[in-house]
Design a protein around this ligand. Structure first.
Ligand code: AMP
Length: 290
């Protein structure tokens, strides 16, 4: 496995691969089974796989966890090597954001970046779109793979690729979960023991909402309010619980087919912000309760 610490090394390896197809998996490191599932999907989708590891300061708000975000490069490289990934790109912040460039160009995803998580994390999706756009230009992959776990992010990247004519295909891979249903996330390690016991009720509640939705449903708003109450009873502080149209994240109306809906939520347990989502009519319920 090649470890590419700068753009020149990346370009040289890309050139040596000539006409082979390349899949990119962008990550912020601290890899878990969810990230590895994306890398495996990448191996099935292209001849060469590059995983990038970069904690992107541009997508963190001033009060967020950039400084304490878990950085575990050695363990990450070990896992990727065992998987047989071809290359890992590990640029530094200074390489991607030279300090003299403080007022740099950014990619604004438009109104879809201001709803849902964007409403609570101003500029977050501009930071995401900018780094992903840069990685696409640097790596020039044929395919890039993102997790359904960060659903709004995946939709924004799909839209960016379409709107800005990036010549690649985006794949969205299913969310990998713990045995009790909690979506794997690097931020789960911030949870204390009591919070960790409560955490699976986020997914349980989203599944409950998905199960309640009936064709032509006019009571989705009330359902989401009930879901919010359930979460608050489990000590969550809720940013949002909502039902949207999968493709656009727009609000549905009574004529929207149920199978094109998605239930999404973001909520804090203590200081830890968890997000999750469930496609209506397409979710697993075989998770054991702890
Ligand atoms: P991150 O390192 O958190 O930026 O995530 C890198 C990629 O892994 C993103 O496309 C995420 O959506 C994806 N990802 C994170 N957690 C999971 C999970 N539990 N299952 C599947 N993909 C995930």
């Amino acid at each position: 496995m090649k470890i590419l610490t700068n753009i020149a090394e990346l370009s040289a390896v890309k050139q040596s691969w000539q006409d082979q197809t390349v899949a990119l998996v962008p990550t912020m490191g601290n890899l878990h089974r969810g990230h590895l599932a994306l890398a495996e999907q990448a191996q099935h989708s292209a001849q060469r796989v590059i995983v990038s590891i970069f904690v992107n300061p541009l997508q963190f708000g001033p009060q967020e966890d950039f400084a304490r975000y878990p950085r575990t490069l050695d363990a990450d490289l070990e896992q990727l090597k065992n998987l047989g990934v071809d290359a890992v790109f590990t640029p530094t912040t200074e390489m991607l954001y030279p300090p003299q460039n403080a007022g740099m160009t950014r990619i604004d995803p438009g109104p879809i970046g201001d709803i849902l998580c964007g409403q609570f994390r101003p500029n977050h999706f501009t930071g995401v779109a900018t780094i992903v756009g840069k990685l696409f230009h640097l790596v020039q992959p044929d395919i890039a793979i993102f997790g359904q776990k960060d659903y709004q992010q995946a939709v924004i990247i799909q839209q960016m690729v379409q709107d800005l004519n990036f010549p690649l295909k985006i794949l969205i891979a299913p969310t990998v979960r713990e045995a009790d249903g909690l979506a794997l996330s690097s931020r789960n390690q911030y949870l204390n023991a009591a919070e960790r016991t409560l955490a699976p009720s986020l997914y349980e509640t989203l599944v409950w909402v998905a199960q309640q939705i009936k064709p032509g449903d006019k009571n989705i708003l009330a359902l989401c309010q009930q879901a919010q109450l359930r979460l608050e009873q489990q000590h969550f502080t809720v940013d949002y619980v909502t039902v949207r149209i999968q493709k656009t994240l727009a609000a549905p109306d009574a004529s929207t087919p149920t199978e094109s809906l998605i239930v999404l939520a973001a909520a804090f347990l203590g200081k830890t912000r968890l997000i999750d989502n469930v496609l209506v009519g397409n979710y697993a319920t075989n998770f054991s309760k702890s």
